[in-house]
Write a protein that binds this ligand. Structure first.
Ligand code: SF4
Length: 225
C-alpha cells in the first residue's frame, strides 16, 4: 500500500513539478522525476543523484549495525502491518512501536486546542497497557508580556505556549518517548530540543487544513497550468 501511494504521488509530480533555478549544489532529489533509488535502478538516476555523487556517504550503513538504531529500524519495519498484513493507522502504529521497543511511559505534549484528542490518545495508550503522561502547551500560565511578545489586547492575560516547560515536565516524569500532538511550528522544535526522550509527531498543526498539511502539497501547481 505504501509503495503504491509513493508511486502515485511520484506520477503526479512528473507532470506538475517545476523547480525554478535550483542551486548548483542541490541534490537531485529536489527535482528528480524517477525516484530510481527506490528500485535500485542506477541507470535511471539523474547525474546529480546523491546516490551517485555521494556514494560513500549514502551507502554507509554501519550506524544501523549499532544496537539502538538496529532495534529501532527493525521495529519501524514491522510497524505498518499486522501479522495478517492489515495496515495499522498511525495511533495503532504508535502503540505497536511502543510495545515492540518495550517503552511504557509515554509523554504526550499537546496543544490546548487538541485537549480532547490528546485525552483520547492517553485513554487508548492506557488501554493498551502503556503509561501515558500528558502536558498541555499552556502549562505555567505565563503571560505573553513575561517574554516580551506582543498581545492583541495588552490589558488582558494571554498565556504563551510553553514547550520548554512541557519538555522539562516530561523529562522529570521520565518519559521514554514523547508524542507531540498539534504543537505550533517552532514550538514543536523547542519541545524536541528540550526533551531527553525521542519525540515523534502524531498530529501536525495546520489551522487551515484540519491538521493535514499534505493537502497543500497536492494542489495543482499553478506554474504548470
Ligand atoms: S536519491 Fe536519486 S533517484 Fe532517488 S529521488 Fe533522489 S535523485 Fe532521484
Amino acid at each position: 500500500m505504501t509503495v503504491n501511494n509513493a508511486s502515485t504521488t511520484n506520477e503526479k509530480s512528473k507532470t506538475k513539478l517545476k523547480i525554478s533555478k535550483p542551486s548548483k549544489d542541490a541534490y537531485g532529489c529536489l527535482y528528480c522525476r524517477t525516484a530510481a533509488s527506490f528500485k535500485g535502478q542506477t541507470e535511471r538516476m539523474p547525474k546529480t543523484c546523491p546516490t551517485l555523487t555521494h556514494s560513500t556517504l549514502t551507502k554507509e550503513t554501519s550506524a544501523y549495525m549499532q544496537e539502538s538504531l538496529r532495534t529501532m529500524m527493525q521495529a519501524a519495519d514491522k510497524t505498518p502491518f499486522t501479522s495478517d498484513r492489515v495496515l495499522r493507522n498511525r495511533v495503532e502504529e504508535l502503540i505497536f512501536y511502543c510495545h515492540e521497543l518495550g517503552l511504557k511511559r509515554i509523554g504526550i505534549a499537546f496543544c490546548v486546542t487538541l485537549m480532547t484528542e490528546a485525552q483520547k490518545l492517553a485513554k487508548l495508550l492506557g488501554e493498551a497497557g502503556l503509561d501515558p503522561i500528558s502536558v498541555c502547551c499552556r502549562v505555567g500560565a505565563v503571560d505573553y508580556s513575561k517574554i516580551g511578545l506582543p498581545k492583541t489586547h495588552p490589558d488582558k492575560f494571554a498565556a504563551i505556549c510553553n514547550p520548554v516547560a512541557q519538555g522539562k515536565l516530561l523529562n522529570l516524569a521520565q518519559a521514554e518517548l514523547v508524542v507531540q500532538v498539534g504543537l505550533c511550528l517552532g514550538h514543536d522544535m523547542i519541545l524536541q530540543q528540550t526533551c531527553e526522550a525521542p519525540v515523534t509527531t502524531l498530529v501536525v498543526k495546520d489551522r487551515v487544513l484540519d491538521h493535514n498539511p499534505v493537502q497543500a502539497l497536492r494542489q495543482p501547481d499553478s506554474s504548470s497550468q
